[in-house]
Design a protein around this ligand. Structure first.
Ligand code: GDP
Ligand code: IMO
Ligand code: MG
Length: 421
């Protein structure tokens, strides 16, 4: 039995999609376990670029079972668009399933998300995809719609009428004016397209594990966007840490065998919130341009800064990482000096512990360890020994600080641009 979790160890966009795609070939079942279409995962295969928001990044292997798990919030219109776009590219989508107990993102969730973000004094910078309001409906238990409700027109219509009726005053205030009949007409059409995909996710995943099949659990976002453990309130509305893979797929914690952390060789963040090692200088521009650091979902420029090992040490604990994959090390070629944060100075005290209280971590001044850079283009290197000496020193420092083995050093966006250790 193998079930491997893949998580982002920083603020998202570490390159999870690339590695879910690449590693999927060795697994039988691929399950996305949380988040929604706030995620943006870019995969490059044979020069073709794919961008996924909802569909798990294992979809390019037609012989694998690919599941949108119970913990995901699903915008069914976006799902249909993604399926159509893949079909246009010549992929047959015969292997995708959706857990019936996953919740739906409905148009009012998007309206609420945008209304609240506009009103908020301290903006979060949400993706505007309705994620927070959809998870809130789920937790609220009165006004939620699950994928099971898409199974019949009656069930779906009943839910939509009831929710619009319960919330008419609030929907008026936020200017959400669409009427129930219109929404029902539209979503009944969507339901027809996806009804055959809805099934009992947990039952299937557990029975596959019982048969000895291998399951890959795909996380979205990153550890510091976790609703409980991230830089609250500048977080997303789901648990992004590895333990969420259990609840979000429907398997027990004893079934998880490995947890791979995806780590970018520097740090980026989209949206607002803490970022102790953020740079606002030429190095930041260098990383942004060379690393194409623009959000896959919203196109917003990503904030850039040095690698932060204090955060990553916390991430190792929060996720029980068993190994890590370092991505985008190629982007660092050409920088004379590189820096890695190994400690913070907070109110005159040094610490290597990431403070839980944002009032304290807001005042963290990074203390850096400096490294010599390298100039060589490393994007075609396949063997670890062929990396420039200074690149090896950089990577080995991270592994030794975290006391974690490196699984892969990624040197480009392509499926085969990897140094496997
Ligand atoms: P995800 O959200 O974690 O799946 O990451 P994104 O796809 O949003 O962002 C990562 C970006 O970096 C994508 O455009 C990838 O194609 C690209 N990428 C992944 N690994 C590497 C790498 O090692 N080097 C370079 N240059 N780009 C990479
Ligand atoms: P992937 O899977 C990076 C950020 C948003 C915002 C905050 C809350 O591609 O790594 P939300 O719309 O979720 O309520 O926004 O979270 N965010 C991401 N940042 N990568 C992502 O996903 C993200 N998903 C959400 O920018 O700051
Ligand atoms: Mg992304």
């Amino acid at each position: 039995m193998t079930s491997t979790v893949i998580v982002g160890t920083q603020f998202g966009d570490e390159g999870k999609g690339k590695f879910v795609d690449m590693l999927s070939k060795d697994y039988d079942v691929i399950v996305r376990f949380q988040g929604g279409n706030n995620a943006g995962h870019t995969i490059v295969v044979d020069g073709k670029t794919y961008k996924f928001h909802l569909i798990p990044s294992g979809i390019l292997y037609e012989d694998k079972s690919v599941i949108i798990g119970s913990g995901v919030v699903i915008d069914t219109k976006i799902l249909c668009e993604e399926i159509e776009s893949l079909e246009k590219k010549g992929h047959k989508i015969t292997n995708l399933k959706i857990a019936g107990n996953a919740h739906a993102i409905m148009p009012w969730h998007i309206a609420i998300d945008n209304h609240e973000e506009t009103k908020r004094k301290n903006k979060i910078g949400t993706t505007g995809r309705g994620i927070g309001p959809a998870y809130r409906s789920k937790a609220g238990r009165s006004d939620a719609i699950r994928m099971y409700d898409f199974l019949t027109e009656e069930r779906l219509s009943e839910r939509i009428y009831s929710i619009l009726d319960n919330n008419k005053d609030y929907f008026n205030i936020i200017g959400f004016e669409d009427n129930a009949d219109n929404i029902i007409k539209e979503y009944v059409k969507t339901a027809e397209k996806i009804r055959h995909l809805i099934f009992d996710g947990p039952e299937f995943i557990n029975s596959e594990l019982d048969k000895g099949r291998k399951v890959l659990l795909e996380g979205a976002q990153g550890t510091f966007l976790d609703i409980d453990h991230g830089t609250y309130p500048f977080v997303t509305s789901s648990n992004t840490v590895a333990s969420s893979a259990c609840a979000g797929s429907g398997i027990g914690p004893k079934r998880i065998t490995d947890v791979i952390g995806i780590m970018k060789a520097y740090t980026t963040r989209v949206g607002e919130g803490q970022f102790p090692t953020e740079l606002k200088d030429d190095t930041s521009k260098f990383l942004q341009e060379k690393g194409h650091e623009y959000g896959t979902t919203t196109g917003r420029p990503r904030r850039c800064g040095w690698l932060d090992l204090v955060m990553l040490k916390h991430s190792k604990n929060l996720n029980s990482l068993t190994e890590f994959i370092i991505t985008k090390i190629d982007v660092l070629s050409g920088l004379k000096t590189l820096k890695i944060c190994t400690e913070y100075m907070i109110y005159g005290n040094k610490t290597n512990i990431f403070p839980g209280d944002p009032y304290i971590s807001d005042n963290a001044e990074p203390i850096y360890h400096e490294f010599k850079g390298w100039d060589e283009d490393i994007t075609s290197i396949k063997r670890y020994d062929d990396l420039p000496e200074n690149a090896k020193i950089y990577v080995e420092f991270i592994s030794s600080y975290l006391n974690l083995p490196i699984k892969i050093v990624s040197v480009g966006p392509g499926r085969d641009q990897n140094i496997v250790l």
